[in-house]
Each structure stands twice: as structure tokens, then as C-alpha cells.
Design a protein around this ligand. Structure first.
Ligand SMILES: [Zn+2]
Ligand SMILES: [Zn+2]
Length: 152
């Protein structure tokens, strides 16, 4: 099992090696379903405290490489060819277990219904949309308010 202190040491070493440590930082988060996250707004790579404690060392290392590759490739690269090339160059081996983050965290359009459910779109929403979790079918009472993230 990976110890959190060691995970932090590796993460900070990778940031120094591949990124600008004056800009990028590392931290743990509390996610349960995804392993890692590259936050472009805060220039911060985070790893789930919960999963890090359960992963083997080499697995958590792969998660870190996955996220560092996102930081290098930029938000528009997604998991496309540019990201894949960079990830391979820095030693990411790929694989199911490490594909920890979820793409919608990089979607530029973020919406919220009156009840506060989060929605994500990669393209500017053109038509009014309502929250499918609050109401089946279109409902004026559950309209989603969209905003564009400044950072992506
Ligand atoms: Zn990813
Ligand atoms: Zn809702």
C-alpha cells in the first residue's frame, strides 16, 4: 500500500521534473470514485486520499503520471493523441485501473439546476435544458443555469 507521505514526495518530484513548481502544486482530495485530478484553474494536481491508501505504489505512480500528462497537454487535449503521446513519453503505461479521472471535470460549461445538481457540457448549450435528475422530460421549473468556466 502506498503511504500518503511517499505519494506526496513522488508527486512533488514529478512536478519539479515536468512542470513549473512555482505554478503547480500537489494535494490530496476526498474523491471516492476517481483516482486523480488535474485542476487547470488552480494549477493543482490532486489524488484521492481514499484511493491512494488502497493502491499499490506503482498504481499510484501511474495515476500521478496520468495527471501530470494532463497538465502538460493542456485542457483541450482531453485523452486524445497529444495527451497520449506526452503520457507515454513520461512513462505512463496506461490501463484501466489508472484511468482514474473523469472527462467532465474538464468540460468548459458548467450548469446548475435550482436544486443544485451539477451538469457539464463540452459545447455551449444552445437550447434551454432542464435537470433530468429533478424532472423527466423538459421542465421550466428545473431549468439549468449555465456558466462558462474561465479557466478551460
Ligand atoms: Zn485523464
Ligand atoms: Zn436537479
Amino acid at each position: 500500500m502506498a503511504e500518503l507521505d511517499r505519494v506526496r514526495v513522488w508527486a512533488e518530484a514529478l512536478i519539479r521534473m515536468h512542470l513549473d513548481p512555482a505554478e503547480w502544486s500537489f494535494g490530496f482530495d476526498h474523491a471516492k470514485r476517481r483516482a486523480g485530478l488535474c485542476n487547470y484553474a488552480e494549477r493543482r494536481i490532486t489524488v484521492s486520499r481514499y484511493l491512494a491508501a488502497r493502491f499499490e505504489d506503482d498504481e499510484i505512480h501511474q495515476v500521478l503520471l496520468h495527471e501530470v500528462a494532463h497538465a502538460l497537454a493542456g485542457p483541450s487535449a482531453g485523452h486524445g493523441p497529444r495527451w497520449k503521446r506526452i503520457a507515454a513519453e513520461i512513462g505512463y503505461a496506461g490501463g484501466r485501473t489508472h484511468d482514474g479521472d473523469i472527462a467532465h471535470e474538464r468540460a468548459p460549461w458548467v450548469g446548475s439546476c435550482p436544486a443544485g445538481h451539477a451538469h457539464y457540457r463540452f459545447r455551449r448549450p444552445t437550447r434551454p435544458a432542464s435537470c433530468a435528475r429533478c424532472a423527466r422530460g423538459f421542465s421550466e421549473a428545473h431549468l439549468i443555469a449555465w456558466r462558462r468556466r474561465a479557466d478551460v
